[in-house]
Design a protein around this ligand. Sequence first.
Ligand code: APR
Ligand code: PHB
Length: 389
Amino acid sequence: MRTKVAIIGAGPAGLLLGRLLDRAGVETVILERRSQEYVLGRIRAGVLEQGTVELLEKAGVSERLHADGLVHDGVELCFDGERHRFNFRELIGRTVTVYGQTEVTRDLMQARDASGATTIYRAENVSLHDFDGDRPTVRYVKDGIEHELACDFIAGCDGYHGASRASVPEGSIRTFERVYPFGWLGLLVDRPPVAEELIYAHHERGFALCSMRSHTRSRYYVQVPANEKVEEWSDDRFWDELRRRVDAETADNLVTGPSIEKSIAPLRSFVAEPLRFGRLFLAGDAAHIVPPTGAKGLNLAASDVGALAEALIEYYAERSSAGIDGYSARVLSRIWKAERFSWWMTSILHTFPDTDAFSRRIQRAEFDYLRSSDAAARSLAENYTGLPI
Ligand code: APR
Ligand code: PHB
């Protein structure tokens, strides 16, 4: 089998890249380790920047997003029970759209299936070869049979634990990492959200977040120690803890119910450099991880593949390698801005094991500064709603 671009991974990065390339007449094959149902079963974040919405429009998959997505003008931060709203629309004329990553993935899968492009699910033992030369190949096993896919380029969109980054020789790649000593325990519930916009709460007992998927489905999180077991958290314990960490009004208004999903996600910052190795490119979680606090994970994945699609389309249309040569530096500059913002949001909102009285006052001073300075609030708004590539 032969294709132009072999894409490893059918998460949002791989699927969006496939869609952007297919629409421009650049043929792709996607190889995914899991089943389609498994990929759709993963619950992830759901805040889309304007730039991500525009890319999904360009990919022709924005109909349901515009019908069901919730446009939010701002977010609220809550410190020790005091809430403050940041109105992004008023501050900088921008908004965000709340629409679950699971739904983005579903829309992209449906469009790909309808277009007839090839996606191979349950592709096992995916391995990448000869991307240093002119004729890269990808080998995989499907239903016990070995296959080889020849291609011009490989796009590694297979997430943090994927085969793509792992196949780069150690001396050719540098990685930067911070693992946080806590995770987020998330709960999904079919009850209306407690407020119209997201509430990010700092409390001595730990961070909490009130989010949503729709007017009838809510997503809540509480910070827990890194080694916490989800089985130790009954729904009642979760709701009690959440109430303690938010302001009194939010606690009173909370509509609780039985969880339909509950899981713990670790928090990590990670960047690989560079993101191009001959004919292999890394994009999305394969290239970087951000803690979820800034809601940047999906948006970064989208901007990576937006830039990669542009570069590859230019290569085929004009036989120019300027775009692919510039890919790594171009996306890394945005990635580090998002890393900085996500790290900063994480550090002001969470309680760290070594958070002493001084650090607590500094966190509080950050909040007071954001509340009192228009410039600081605008900076928050700019970073949260989108960063220039
Ligand atoms: N071979 C084939 N596929 C693989 C392999 C492999 N060796 N390893 C992983 N995969 C698949 C995974 O099963 C997954 O479906 O690659 C896909 C990667 O998808 P994601 O983890 O969703 O990563 P990405 O598409 O980059 O999306 C980034 O996801 O984790 C969130 O916060 C993150 O929102 C961001 C988004
Ligand atoms: C979510 O709804 O899952 C969510 C929202 C905002 C974040 C992180 C997660 O910053």
